[in-house]
Design a protein around this ligand. Sequence first.
Ligand SMILES: C[S@@+](CC[C@H](N)C(=O)[O-])C[C@H]1O[C@@H](n2cnc3c(N)ncnc32)[C@H](O)[C@@H]1O
Length: 243
Amino acid sequence: MARIAYDSRDAAAFAATRHLPDQGLAAWRAAVARHLQPRPGMRMLDLGAGTGMWAAAFTDWYDDLDVIAVEPAEAMRARCTHPHLLPGEAADIPLPDDSVDAAWLSTVVHHVPDLTAAARELRRVVRGGGPVLIRSAFAGRHQAIGLFRFFPEAIRVLGTYPSVGEVEAAFGACGFAVTGFEQVPQTTSPSLREFAANLRREAHTPLQLITDDEYAAGLARLHRAARSEQGPVIDALDLLVLR
Ligand SMILES: C[S@@+](CC[C@H](N)C(=O)[O-])C[C@H]1O[C@@H](n2cnc3c(N)ncnc32)[C@H](O)[C@@H]1O
């Protein structure tokens, strides 16, 4: 059972507000290239692909990369524009053994009920010691994510996400070792004003799981700050790489 169900309302909010423009992703593009070492004809699994933002970015960045998106929620798949899309989930990946060169999981690991089962499946489908790249906010690592400044109660929710150590242990049990860990910045929005205007609670799991009063208080803090603060909203999430 995922942490939230991703119905059509969540999927619409996610598609409308969580797709980052390519110009804000320069550091992610560089980080992925460092760990992926892309080469012609490579196949990559985008597991828990959602509405397909990263599958689209990878397809745009690399001419000859075949991205296979796998996504369990029907509502997310309905909004995903990536052509190579399969229903499926981490504990039962709908691909043959040794069929991809790498896997990408962006803000997915906190939804996966059994990380060891997921790691076992990734070990099965990723061939030749290829990398599993995990982009996530991990438990205890809220400091570089602006949302938690305005909604500090959501740090409580983040505390229920897997920690880096828990992911490392689950993957370690299936023969993976950590080969990289870095915090990667992104431009989330050109301004706090725009971020506040576009924020949709249902597009952010930590905001869905705080109380209505906590959400209302955070929203007031955000709108107050947005009236005076200038400059882009820069957040940093972690990239954990295992092979
Ligand atoms: C926060 S969204 C991230 C979507 C996309 N990866 C992105 O970064 O734009 C989390 C996604 O994980 C999917 N998900 C939930 N449980 C999953 C599971 N057990 N295995 C794979 N994906 C799962 C959800 O359906 C949802 O699309």
